[in-house]
Write a protein that binds this ligand. Structure first.
Ligand SMILES: Cc1ncc(COP(=O)(O)O)c(C=O)c1O
Length: 425
């Protein structure tokens, strides 16, 4: 293990992004800093988040209602400011992204506009292992339209090891797509860590005449995205995972430019009204340009402040450099797991970098009991991963704050567990 530690330290020393770690609070356990691999669930706190929130509290204390109009940016324009930053990282045009609500709420709002079943087309296609909230949302949307979920929800089965090839989605849509009103698909599958070719899926859905939306909870801030060019109708994501916006942070939502100004049904509120006429308090709604028209309420400024701090870091680091580091870190983790623990752990995440983000999902070959034992052992060592029933440990090395030395701690802890529990790897 000494050689591995030397290798990890050498990699950290030559990492041009290593300085960003100091701009985050690294959680501590009993024995010091944790090796934190849970950015797929909750990103770490940027140190600048606290002052960003304090600044807004001071503005509220000192200027009260004036904060809506004075400041950099004034509260009135904070949502617009964040939306523009997020559009940069998601490959969207500026007016295509809006920061509002939370992920599941936005999925519902998008489905109000983009799930419009007809006699011929009533089905929603999701993947079999979709995140439960997405499933609940589509089932309740079907019921809301008076449709039976048992007949109208199609759950696409994974082919092998929980993975799904894009070709099989294309083939299925070519054959059955005429009955599908909406496809809701993940950017990165939350259990397997598989990343999908969004453009291919969007193209296949649109060719079949269906609407297509993406849940990018595990893709935003993790992978470079080209939302506009993908051609999807909408996309939603949370900002508390890889985007480090804090627990329950205000979410992001994309609506493709071709729908701006179109007469789509929409649940409306005064904040979606065009800013120039919003305060005239007219009886009729005049939509803001672009995705901003889907806003409903006064933006939650205190929830937006940490996101503002985090997006500054992303801007400084640059998505391209982050992705390059991420690919290298995850490849190193893969190589060490495969070469040392292939009898104990199976990596279910695809091995090609283009088919995954930073996460690797490790299936414990001997099942749940061993898996839980390993997971608890790692926790006691301050190596924080995530457990998915029945037998998967999800590990996400995040390029903004993880070090190669964190990966070394994971590998050496798995090694020690194997030695103590199983007397071999
Ligand atoms: C893939 C995915 N979709 C939806 C959600 C639900 O997000 P929220 O609770 O912010 O609505 C999550 C939460 O972790 C998720 O991982």
């Amino acid at each position: 293990m000494d050689e591995l530690l030397t290798d990890a330290r050498r990699r950290d020393e030559t990492d041009e992004l290593s300085g960003f770690r100091d701009r985050f609070w690294i959680p501590h356990g009993r024995d010091g800093e944790q090796a934190y691999f849970c950015g797929h669930s909750l990103g770490l706190q940027p140190k600048a988040a606290e002052s960003a929130v304090r600044d807004e509290l001071s503005t509220w204390r000192e200027r009260a209602v004036g904060g809506h109009f004075e400041g950099d940016p004034a509260w009135m324009h904070l949502s617009e400011y964040l939306s523009e930053r997020l559009a940069e990282f998601t490959g969207a045009l500026p007016g295509e992204v809006v920061v509002m609500n939370t992920l599941t709420v936005n999925l519902h709002l998008m489905m109000v506009s983009f799930f419009r079943p007809s006699d011929q087309r009533r089905k929603i296609l999701i993947e079999k292992n979709a995140f439960p909230s997405d499933r609940y949302a589509v089932v309740s949307q079907l019921k809301f339209h008076g449709l039976d979920p048992a007949r109208n929800l199609v759950e696409f089965e994974a082919q092998r090891d929980g993975l799904i090839d894009e070709e099989s989605i294309e083939a299925w849509l070519a054959e059955h797509g005429r009955e599908v009103a909406l496809v809701l698909w993940p950017g990165v599958q939350y259990i397997s860590g598989q990343a999908f070719d969004l453009r291919r899926i969007a193209t296949a859905a649109r060719k079949a005449g269906a609407r297509i939306g993406f849940d990018l909870a595990h893709a935003a801030g993790n992978l470079p995205l080209s939302l506009h060019d993908s051609g999807c109708d909408f996309a939603c994501w949370c900002n508390y995972k890889y985007l480090n916006g804090g627990p329950g942070a205000v979410a992001g939502c994309f609506v493709h430019q071709r729908h701006h100004g179109a007469s789509l049904p929409r649940f409306e509120g005064w904040w979606g009204n065009d800013e120039d006429s919003r305060f005239r308090m007219a009886d009729t709604f005049s939509p803001a340009a672009g995705a901003a028209a889907w806003q409903q309420s006064t933006p939650p400024i205190l929830s937006m402040a940490p996101l503002k701090a985090s997006l500054e870091l992303f801007r400084e680091a640059g998505m391209e450099r982050l992705r390059a580091k991420s690919v290298a870190m995850t490849a190193w983790l893969q190589q060490e797991v495969e070469s040392r623990f292939h009898r104990t752990l199976q990596i279910i995440t695809p091995s090609e970098p283009r088919r995954r983000g930073c996460q690797l999902s490790l299936r414990v070959r001997d099942g749940r009991e061993y898996g839980r034992s390993l997971f608890r052992f790692l926790e006691r060592r301050g190596v924080i991963c995530d457990w998915r029933e029945p037998d998967v440990i999800r590990v996400a090395p995040v390029p903004l704050y993880n070090r190669y030395e964190d990966i070394f701690r994971l590998i050496s802890s798995i090694h020690d567990w194997c030695e103590s529990e199983r007397s071999s790897c």
